[in-house]
Design a protein around this ligand. Sequence first.
Ligand code: CP
Length: 335
Amino acid sequence: MKAFNDLADFSNEEISALLELADRLDSQPEPEALRGKVLSLLFLSPSLRTLASFQAAMTRLGGGSFVISPDMSIHGLETRPGIVMDGAAAEHIREAVPVIASYGDAIGIRAFAERKNLETDLAETEFSALIDLIHTPYINMESAMNHPCQNLADWKTLDDLGVPANGGKFVLSWAYHPKALPLAVPSSTLHMAAKRGMDVTVLRPEGFALPDVLMQKASEAAAKSGGSIQESDNRKEAMEDAHIIYAKSWSSTKYYGDKLGDQKAREELIDWCVDDPWFDNAQDDCRFMHCLPVRRGVVVSEPVLDGPRSVVIHEARNRMLAQMAILHQMLGGTS
Ligand code: CP
């Protein structure tokens, strides 16, 4: 495996094989599998789970890792192309990224969307420019529109819970958040659930529809896997017979890059906080999923988050197991 960038690059059979490997590595540890291997981790955006779970995954497989982020005592990093570097930044990513990559056998890179221009972010312009600088295998640790490690872990969580692939109802719901957040998790989660063959409803208020190109990508995945895609702004209708509600806030696509417009669009929407009444007509054992971090009492009520429906810690642990499987395949452990 040379790259783990988008679940769309893998067949459902390849995903099943990765998840079987993840289960095997959990039940039958292989602490020597990646002995002597090094994973470089470049975080241009913040993280808790991704940072810790990749380090834990490498350690559990006998390899090592190192982390570089702008918050560390590194030279100030310049990212703009074609700039005369007479300001504060002492180093350009055009040198920094290949140097960091050269110390490892593979590199993980996180770079959130700039969220200035939707077309630029949909085209993954920034992430592609970073990847063009390296020759080692790489892992997308969240880019403008993709978060494939989260998607693989969430697929595993759905399997672990016995949620049906075909016939399972998955509600991806927008939730209130005081800030405009990236589209990577909602867009790639939508695609993941569709690719798994689920009946997916995107529940979102007016102004927060996901871009057509992302809906189209998910529809094509659903068509291949026997799933379906719907959109709704009606909570009660959307939640009927749901097996899963996956909550996430995201930027208004109508006001993308327009901070004030987005703020105005969301200020009336603070009741989009997942709470017990949302589950009234869902399946009795409907579960609550969220990739974390999550704002308590804002995105989801405390009783739901702390209650039996919530599987957020299970999802977070599955990040480590899913990434162990990716690293095992990528860095030459036996599959
Ligand atoms: N879910 C997730 O990617 O978490 P972090 O942002 O903490 O890495």
